[in-house]
Design a protein. Structure first.
Length: 117
């Protein structure tokens, strides 16, 4: 199993948008639930969004609901996080999480998102 690899982070002004991508291992991706988490400086890692293996169900943290959309492309072994109306409090390292059908999970190295006011 290879770790997921995140990309797409960067610096954006408040109110702007970013789309994060996570490229995962092809061997188990189509049967894995995928998620995004984030960790701000001095804070614990927190849940952002999750999508089931089929893409049929999605879940969001209250703090991002309505501003963030998680999606996946099983043909590309990639999960996305579209973030709109970004706020300074969204500043964090964003991590991709893959949970195999066995329950084993993998974390990416993270991608930095910085929202300036």
């Amino acid at each position: 199993q290879v770790q997921p690899v995140e990309s797409g982070g960067g610096l954006v002004q408040a109110g702007g948008s970013l789309r994060l991508s996570c490229a995962a291992s092809g061997r188990t991706f189509t049967t894995s639930n995928m998620g995004w988490y984030r960790q701000a400086p001095g804070k614990e890692r927190e849940f952002v969004a999750r999508i089931t293996w089929s893409g049929g169900s999605t879940y969001y943290a209250g703090s991002v609901k309505g501003r963030v959309t998680i999606s996946r492309d099983n043909a590309k072994n990639t999960v996305y996080l579209q973030m709109n109306s970004l706020k300074p409090e969204d500043t964090a390292i964003y991590y991709c999480n893959e949970v195999e059908i066995t329950g084993r999970q993998y974390w990416g190295q993270g991608t930095q998102v910085t929202v300036s006011s």
